[in-house]
Design a binder for this molecule. Structure first.
Ligand code: GRF
Length: 203
């Protein structure tokens, strides 16, 4: 299966996916990385891994639609089977999601449905949570609310800051995302009638 990864920043999840996909028995190949930021650190990391990397900077386009049309044109050329959003900080239009529905994955740094949106680690600490974690889900038109494919939890320990918790969650993100992508690429998990069906899993 051909995969395109969307990033906006450092791309550590993209690197984890690329390294997992390099294994000979992995059922997917990362064929390209797309960023909405020209200076995303993940672009150089992708190129260093021999993966084509493209940036589509929003301000270079007259509208959100034109920006997305440029990305869609590139996808029409690449013909990916699966799109993985990994630290991609831009909402995709309903039209885009409908076109790829059931084939777009995202990783979110909380145990959804708790803490959708931003600043998940500080919000978890402020809420007095004792666990945190990450969720890989199919992307639907809502934000951070598609059918869940895989989750992993980590403890929140006394003295944790958003930064120390983020670092702990990232370690399980980098294991959970490749595992979820493998399940989808192998067809063991798919989206059906708005639900994830098959070997959905948790760590
Ligand atoms: C990660 O916490 C991810 O869950 C969120 O963005 C953060 C940075 O991701 N979506 P990355 O290092 O750019 O992959």
């Amino acid at each position: 299966k051909k995969v395109v990864v969307f990033i906006s920043g450092g791309g550590s999840n993209m690197v984890a996916l690329a390294k997992a996909a390099a294994a000979p028995d992995f059922p997917a190949e990362i064929i390209a990385v797309i960023s909405d930021k020209a200076n995303a650190g993940g672009l150089d990391k992708a190129r260093a891994l021999g993966i084509a990397a493209f940036s589509f900077v929003r301000k270079d386009f007259a509208s959100k639609e034109a920006h997305e049309a440029a990305i869609t044109a590139e996808l029409d050329r690449l013909q990916p089977d699966i799109i993985c959003l990994a630290g991609y900080m831009r909402l995709l239009s309903a039209a885009f999601i409908q076109r790829y529905e059931g084939r777009i994955l995202n990783i979110h740094p909380s145990l959804l449905p708790l803490f959708p949106g931003l600043h998940t680690h500080q919000r978890s600490i402020d809420a007095g949570m004792r666990i945190a974690g990450c969720t890989v889900h199919f992307v639907t038109e809502g934000m951070d609310d598609g059918p869940i494919i895989a989750q992993a939890a980590v403890p929140i320990v006394p003295g944790d800051t958003a930064e120390t918790l983020a670092a702990r969650v990232l370690t399980v993100e980098h294991r959970t995302y490749p595992m979820a992508l493998r399940l989808v690429a192998e067809g063991k998990v798919r989206m059906e009638a708005g639900r994830a069906v098959g070997d959905v899993t948790g760590e």
